[in-house]
Design a protein around this ligand. Structure first.
Ligand SMILES: NC(=O)c1ccc[n+]([C@@H]2O[C@H](COP(=O)([O-])OP(=O)(O)OC[C@H]3O[C@@H](n4cnc5c(N)ncnc54)[C@H](OP(=O)(O)O)[C@@H]3O)[C@@H](O)[C@H]2O)c1
Length: 337
């Protein structure tokens, strides 16, 4: 197995730092590695596997002799550099939404649709964080026929980057001290509040974030238009870890016990479901670890063959960095670079 020459683009950001950490955790083998940012952080130091690296400014020529780029530097940066990377024979695994819905770009959750990786033409997209955690839960249940899916998300501020994390902290302190605070990252104050808007509104009244869940779920699970999907996404004052209330109507009959059993054996999923003893997953259980946690599995009263469940995960890990590095690992194992 050939070892790739790797670059981490956006290495100084929230997701980039996680990618760096998980690259070490998953034991990714490489011939060389470099860390890239904008001019702002270029020159800063990153310690990786006990060795100090200087962060370089991303420019087209830094992608010479790079095989795999794990990118989390925003959509416009990815759009700028992806053609440069591909032109030089490299492969970009991109965290932004820039290419996700493009026909020839595989949109992949490792362990769910790895076969799609084989179709890549130099760009592989990592799904949106709220879509990502849901896919590991739905994939093993797909064989019962997903007829209707309704998702309500409760999303942490880390999903909006470093500035948003700081805004929750500073707004909370200002609020408790009775001082004024000007919110910049969010349209409304985030402390002690729930904001029913993530990203901008579309013509149909849904937000872009909500439509990402709808469209990306369909693409990853290869569901056709007969499966009806709806999502409401809210931002909550939690630092890290997204929660989702999920209602699924299946074609075939399926009981909560069957769902529990299937998910107990599913890749990347951990079931915590013993409500009598107050055992169900919360975001604090999920932050900093890999599994997608599922609990509150019950028969849904509004649908025929319906199941409701609660699902939480670390949005920076499975929702972004962990999946990126898992894809990188699969690409290396499958010899796709
Ligand atoms: N946060 C999440 O949960 C999450 C989940 C899925 C996907 N994503 C996506 O991942 C990307 C990064 O998110 P984040 O939360 O990590 O943001 P962030 O904390 O603001 O970090 C952004 C990173 O991109 C770099 N960057 C910005 N402009 C650049 C440019 N022109 N050239 C090179 N590097 C540039 C920044 O470098 P400097 O330090 O020099 O500014 C920094 O390293 C976004 O596309 C976001 O949509 C985030």
């Amino acid at each position: 197995m050939r070892k790739p020459r790797i670059a981490i683009l956006g290495a100084t950001g929230v997701v980039g730092r996680e990618i760096t950490k998980i690259t070490e955790e998953l034991g990714i083998e490489y011939e060389s590695i470099k860390f890239l940012s904008s001019a702002r952080s270029a020159g800063s130091k990153i310690t990786f596997k006990g060795q100090e690296y200087t962060v370089e400014e991303a420019k087209p020529e830094v992608f010479d002799n790079v095989d795999i780029v794990m990118a989390s530097a925003g959509g416009s940066t990815s759009k700028l550099f992806a053609p440069e990377i591909v032109k030089r024979g490299g492969l970009i695994i991109d965290n932004s939404s820039a290419f996700r819905m493009e026909e020839e770009v595989p949109l992949v959750i490792a362990g769910v649709n790895d076969e799609d990786l084989k179709k890549h033409k130099g760009i592989i997209a990592n799904p949106n964080c709220s879509t990502s955690q849901l896919m590991l839960v739905l994939e093993p249940l797909k064989r019962f026929g997903i007829k209707r899916l309704i998702v309500s998300t409760y999303q942490a501020v880390s999903g909006a980057g470093l500035a948003a994390i700081n805004e929750l902290r500073d707004d909370t302190i200002a609020n408790l001290e009775g001082k004024p605070f000007e919110n910049k990252c969010f349209k409304k104050p985030i402390s002690f509040n729930v904001i029913p808007q993530i990203d901008v509104f579309c013509e149909n009244g849904y937000t872009k974030e909500e439509m990402k869940v709808v469209n990306e779920t369909r693409k990853i699970l290869h569901l056709d238009e007969n499966t009806k999907i709806s999502c409401t996404a809210a931002r909550v004052p939690v630092f890290n870890g997204h929660s989702e209330a999920v209602d699924i109507e299946f074609e075939k009959n399926i009981t909560p016990d069957e769902v529990r059993e299937i998910l107990k054996n599913a890749y990347g999923v951990k079931v915590i479901d013993n409500p009598e003893n107050y055992e169900y997953p919360t975001t604090r259980d999920a932050s900093g670890v890999d599994p997608v946690f599922v609990g509150r599995i019950r028969k849904n009263l509004a649908f025929n063959n319906g199941i409701s469940l609660w699902c939480v995960a670390d949005n920076l890990r499975i929702g972004a960095a962990l999946n990126t590095v898992r894809i990188c690992k699969r690409v290396i194992e499958m010899g796709l670079f």
